[in-house]
Ligand binder design. Structure first.
Ligand code: FES
Length: 110
């Protein structure tokens, strides 16, 4: 079962900004790249480093720990499907931004 988390207005990143959210036990990074939002769990699939402070080039995010680069549009490691960020659907309704979470998956992880 999925549910939508309403991002508090002060946490909605401006264009080319990013924010970090704590939602029911998960740490979620939310990026705004050219007015498109990308949300993903703030854990690199390589060895779990935080991705939030990674270097961004377009929609490609580079992990600070070992330099792997991920395409935020798909979540996958660049030029590969071997690793993938845990991405979330983002919905925008007017001024409100929602992150869609899978509640069943969330509880399984606890
Ligand atoms: S932990 Fe991210 S590249 Fe190794």
């Amino acid at each position: 079962m999925s549910f939508r988390f309403l991002v508090p207005s002060e946490k909605v990143p401006v264009v080319d900004g990013r924010s970090l959210l704590f939602v029911e036990g998960k740490t979620i990074a939310l990026f705004n790249i050219a007015s498109v939002f990308y949300a993903f769990e703030d854990s690199c699939p390589h060895q779990g480093a935080s991705m939030w402070s990674g270097k961004l080039e377009g929609q490609i995010l580079q992990c600070c720990a070992h330099g792997l680069r991920f395409d935020l549009a798909t979540g996958y490691l660049l030029h590969s499907t071997q690793m993938k960020l845990s991405t979330y659907l983002v919905e925008v309704q007017g001024e409100q931004v929602f992150i869609v979470l899978n509640r069943g998956e969330q509880y399984a992880a606890l």
